[in-house]
Design a protein around this ligand. Sequence first.
Ligand code: MIC
Ligand code: SF4
Length: 640
Amino acid sequence: MGMTIAEKILSAHLVDGEMVKGQEIGLRIDQTLTQDATGTMAYLQFEAMGVDQVKTERSVAYIDHNTLQSGFENADDHKFIGTCAKKHGIYFSKPGNGICHQVHLERFGAPGKTLIGSDSHTPTGGGIGMLAFGAGGLDVAVAMGGGAYYIPCPKMVRVTLLGKLQPWVAAKDIILEVLRQMTVKGGVGKIVEYAGPGVKTLSVPERATITNMGAELGATTSVFPSDEVTLEFLKAQGREDVWVPLASDEDAVYDEEYTVDLDKLQPLAAKPHMPDQVEEVSSIGKIKINQCCIGSCTNSSYYDMMKVAAILKGKKVHPDVSLTISPGSMQVFNMLARNGALADIIQSGARILECACGPCIGMGQSPESAGVSLRTFNRNFEGRSGTQDAKIYLVSPEVAAASAIAGVLTDPRELGEAPVIEMPEKFLVDDGMIIPPAEDPESVEVIKGPNIKEFPLGHNLEDAINTKVMLKTEDNITTDHILPAGSKLLPYRSNIPYYSDYCFIHVDKEFPARCKSMGGGVIIGGANYGQGSSREHAALVPLYLGIRAVLAKSFARIHKANLVNSGIIPLTFKDPADYDSISLLDEISFPNIREEVISGAEITVVSGGKTFKAELEVSDRQRQALLAGGTLNYTKQQNA
Ligand code: MIC
Ligand code: SF4
């Protein structure tokens, strides 16, 4: 039987298990990346594993999230990550060099390789035919130590792209259309592969926009073939030596199929507050806007920025609008500066920010109260911008730039002839902000400033758990709900005790205090619990607060793995109707939990005088980790 692209890469990297859909497989990981907001934990965990030098082909530590430095905290984190990288064989991308996914695509990504990153948008690498996964920091630490990365063997989805994008319609509109068709939970447990005649019409940055935002489908990852277009991109980066061709076999079998006709696609927007609330820009209408933000790992390439510069050239941003521009990398920024496009952007009245995540994760540029903000980003979850009542629309760079001038949401097709941007034959290559690891690692001292605190560890699972319900949530709870980010809180990613006071505060502000006074308990969740970011803090902080289990209708993939890694039991209702019978502060017990985790039986739950069953859908390896109180404990026990 023929194979899909993903199946080819998976089977070439298989080190444990069999390629049976749904069963756990272990993969050899060629490359890893971390960013600073999750990286400190990943490196603390790596240190705890006692490995001297990373065992991957390439590991890179990026600083791109926490770059505001409004106190010593961020700089402490940077110093820790930088010295740790130097000591352990990791390349260090300095703050200012750009957003991890953009820089990795430009300088390190390679078709056919596996990559895991402690950031959910690591699948950006699928744009050049990598199999790239977002993961929790501990999983990345394990991979750096040479260990396998485990995932449930995914189902295969094919999205066939027909035709060619029409003027003013962008790659962003393709992924928004896929989100409209598949929804934010439609990709869970699946790899999305792009195929069809439309593929060759898309440049690598366009493909990367699509695979990047595949994270919003909940997909395990997304991938494009590696073809002539990929080769041209790598040549222009001076890296053609890493190119290999990759395509699916004619008779490859897919579990699901979708089609997007590029000829018919129109400019789209995801409306507040979910990336799958997609509608045509023309049908939403000319709503008044206050802010436009262009950038993020989804849309900050040279190609995107050149389109924006061409639209802004000779125009002024509307008096009522604030437009921010964050180029994705130093390479992009430098090229714009040299070819004059930056001058066109500046002259339009745009506010130029550094090459970093910035407003995407609420690091500044929060909109005004009840403000309407158009963003070329990938997530528009409520409150993520830093303004709880702001309304965020996700759009293409074309829509954002056209609207910034008009002051209202604008279908860019109204602007007449669209700019045509050619991909450069040569990118400006300067890796001066990427610091290689030390040649004499013994001499490097790892520096931990006062912001770096210990992380919590679970303990052996007891025979029974008798506790109370600390929180009951709705469907689609994001990790931004569980643990908000933004400029006020991100600096405390290395300080779990401090961060814990903010857990779920926008859902139920009493949650942290309740857990602290009652010693923790259980969270009851709806469907797709934990979607969004890979931040393992969304498991570590609940662990710190004494949460023992999350009983939900269903889970997002990365968060579920993070719960297991930290020793919190992710249970699903056997009968979702039981969700309705449980309330906040109800007594809840799991009388045979240890025995049932060991035997693989259904989990008995007693609550409100009623007994019902829950399921624990994890691998044998994960059962062992839960019994030991988390993956790190389990690994230590095994090593002992
Ligand atoms: C995000 O976009 O939510 C983040 C911030 O990049 C996260 C990682 C984090 O929370 O640090 C992600 O996507 O994984
Ligand atoms: Fe950074 Fe935003 Fe991309 Fe997350 S989604 S990596 S915060 S740019």
